[in-house]
Design a protein around this ligand. Sequence first.
Ligand SMILES: [Zn+2]
Length: 222
Amino acid sequence: MRKLISGIVEFRELQLPKYAERFRGLALTQSPDALFVTCSDSRVVPDLLVSTHPGELFTMRNVGNLVPPATAEGISVGDVSEASAIEYAVLVLKVANIVVCGHSECGAMKAVLATEARPGAPNLQKWLHHASTAAFRLEHEGALDASLKPHDQLSQLNVLVQLGHLMSYPIVRTQVAAGALHLSGWWFDIATGDMYSYEPTSRLFEVIDRQVAERLIARLEA
Ligand SMILES: [Zn+2]
């Protein structure tokens, strides 16, 4: 905590002068390009990884980057926090993109694969149920990349499952069908710092290098 408090002073004295004008401009409005859904894990730092500044990324984080699916009426079957973020991002901020970003060595994915429940964590246990379809798919369909550790294999499939959960929300489905909203599945490898994007044609997560980035951007603009 000492580091956090000292960090505020460091921000005030060193960074704020650079950001002051931007914050003044953002004080009454924001128009982020994307809703970024990712894990609470401290090693995943969205603004650092995608080089964004204040006002550019609307972020929704939780344990395991999970999105509880919706009923046919668009009501979340789990906690409504995630659904609220989706509704706000899509209907109010009118984001053009939603990214679900998983990551390597995810504690949530390890917990899903653990044979024994963690004592004293009934809420976590219940929450992780939203990743159970990913575990089912891993068991029955196998991994997208068999060279990865089991929890990383699960983490990649979990990104795809959560994208499916997003599509269970009528407002998301409608906007995607209208071409006004684009969904992407990303995966961050902590050890290498590489960000991967799911490529439906190859059914693989590909490193977003310059070449892949140009292809992804061209597809968005098509
Ligand atoms: Zn995680």
